[in-house]
Design a binder for this molecule. Structure first.
Ligand SMILES: NC(=O)c1ccc[n+]([C@@H]2O[C@H](COP(=O)([O-])OP(=O)(O)OC[C@H]3O[C@@H](n4cnc5c(N)ncnc54)[C@H](O)[C@@H]3O)[C@@H](O)[C@H]2O)c1
Length: 255
């Protein structure tokens, strides 16, 4: 696919965003996109080697990197507190950190099941709970959860991942209903197959098979997801909450 042009803007000026799993891949592209829109970004990732260079690579000033594991409630709480002091009061949260541990059902271990649910679902609960406290007081916030088309359509070998992402959609809609009256919106983006380290592991014939199932005929790029997240957290989406937007080249067509 041709490169996505970087669109500088100011619609997110004054906003402070926390993006989990932002050391690389889709999370880093989201962090960059929010920074292009004028937000200050806290880059959070379990991999400490990536966070500072990722934050330093973003356009604009005031961004910072933090290493934390979204599975760990006390680490999450501490990072949110530090971000609010060091970067500013949070108004945007993007729950992007996610993992796969694929296996066929009968071969899937409890560790593979628990490991995926712990990051993809419990991690989102912990970070959201820590981040919304301040947002509720300020009556302002926008949350985007990065789900997956696999949570909508299922996939052989990914029962744990599909369950975690489907669960994330129920979480998104519940949070949207619960916090709408406090000025907080919550939406989900469901990417299809996006070119990152997560999909790089796939053998060529699998990628070719996938491409044949994508109406637009190609894998997406992290920027395709990031642009939609920027829209959803921004002022032009002020009347949108509780929605799931697939960014998948047409694989899943809702309705
Ligand atoms: N790549 C795709 O095709 C695709 C498709 C649909 C959905 N997604 C979703 O998009 C999100 C990002 O995926 P990606 O392809 O960029 O993956 P990636 O593996 O390239 O990046 C994920 C990032 O999350 C971080 N992370 C993992 N566990 C963490 C934890 N416990 N705490 C904090 N950070 C942690 C990793 O260190 C890494 O930097 C995931 O939620 C994934 O499920 C990806």
């Amino acid at each position: 696919m041709t490169e996505m042009p970087a669109v500088e803007g100011s619609e997110l000026r004054g906003e402070v965003a926390l993006v989990t799993g932002a050391g690389r891949g889709i999370g880093l592209a989201i962090a960059r996109e929010l920074a292009l829109g004028g937000a200050k970004v806290a880059v959070v990732d379990v991999d400490p080697a990536t966070v500072d260079s990722a934050a330093a690579s973003l356009p604009g000033e005031g961004h910072r990197g933090y290493s934390a594991d979204v599975r760990n409630a006390s680490e999450v709480q501490a990072v949110v507190e530090r971000v609010e002091v060091e970067v500013g009061p949070l108004s945007i949260l993007v729950n992007n950190a996610g993992i796969t541990r694929d296996n066929l059902l009968l071969r899937m271990s409890e560790e593979e099941w628990d490991g995926v649910l712990a990051v993809n679902l419990k991690g989102v609960f912990l970070v959201t709970k820590a981040a919304v406290r301040g947002m509720m007081k300020r009556r302002k916030g926008a949350i985007v959860n990065i789900a997956s088309v696999i949570g909508l359509m299922g996939n052989a070998g990914q029962a744990n991942y599909a369950a975690s992402k489907a669960g994330l959609l129920g979480f998104t809609k519940s949070v949207a209903r619960e916090l709408a009256s406090r000025g907080i919106r919550c939406n989900a983006v469901a990417p299809g197959f996006i070119r990152t380290a997560m999909t790089e592991k796939l053998p060529t014939e699998v990628v070719e098979g996938l491409q044949a199932r994508i109406p637009l005929g190609t894998l997406g790029e992290p920027e395709d997801v990031a642009g939609v997240v920027r829209f959803l957290v921004g002022p032009r989406a002020r009347y949108i909450t509780g929605q799931v937007l697939a960014v998948d080249g047409g694989m899943v067509m809702a309705g």
